[in-house]
Design a protein around this ligand. Structure first.
Ligand code: HEC
Length: 168
């Protein structure tokens, strides 16, 4: 009799386990994988940001974004899937995480006129704060400060020697 009772209990536990698993495996809202810091290229190591006087940043590029971001030239265009993540920190050693901003190149036609970028901003817990093809604050700053003649960037991405700017 005991053995019979154990079966439904076991089944119930298994079901609970499945439900818990399903919750844990909800799709990530972030446009980059959880392990990007170890699996992507560190395109810019910990340094002072031109964007925020007191912030420090690291920039990561996936395989598709690495060469275009290093080159910043029309000879090496960003292809759909190319993604860049800027991680922002409060301290100069890049230990106190503040949040993330992302540029993810979508299919041709996603956002004509702004190079089909999808922009995303997340807090330190990776909760999405802003997301979409037309985030006016991001676009305005990148269009001016990262783009020649003020900046040396390419297709709205920035170069390290872009003109220093203060966040509005
Ligand atoms: C005040 C100007 C400014 C604003 C606003 C801004 N950025 Fe940037 N962004 C920069 C600068 C300058 C860089 C170059 C790296 C640095 O010095 O911080 C940069 C770099 C980046 C990078 C790394 C790739 C690259 O182009 O160098 C990403 C990704 C990014 N920004 C996304 C965003 C998103 C998303 C937003 C809006 C939520 C945003 N940015 C708003 C100025 C700005």
């Amino acid at each position: 009799m005991k053995a019979v009772q154990r079966v439904p209990l076991g089944a119930a536990m298994a079901l609970l386990g499945l439900i818990a698993c399903a919750e844990e495996e909800a799709p990530r809202a972030a446009l980059y994988p959880a392990d990007f810091m170890s699996s992507w290229h560190e395109a810019r190591d910990c340094r002072h940001s031109h964007e925020h006087e007191l912030n420090h940043i690291r920039v990561f590029a996936n395989d598709l974004a690495k060469v275009p971001y290093d080159t910043l030239s029309a000879d090496q265009p960003y292809l759909p899937g190319a993604t860049l993540v800027k991680v922002q920190y409060d301290d100069e050693d890049c230990t106190q995480l503040l949040g993330y901003t992302v540029l993810a190149r979508q299919a041709v036609g996603y956002s004509p006129g702004t190079f089909d970028w999808r922009w995303q901003r997340l807090d330190a817990e990776e909760r999405v704060l802003e997301d979409g093809p037309h985030l006016p604050r991001c676009l305005a700053c990148h269009a001016v400060h990262c783009t020649p003649p003020s900046g040396a960037g390419f297709e709205l991405t920035c170069a390290d020697d872009s003109a220093p700017v203060r966040a509005p």
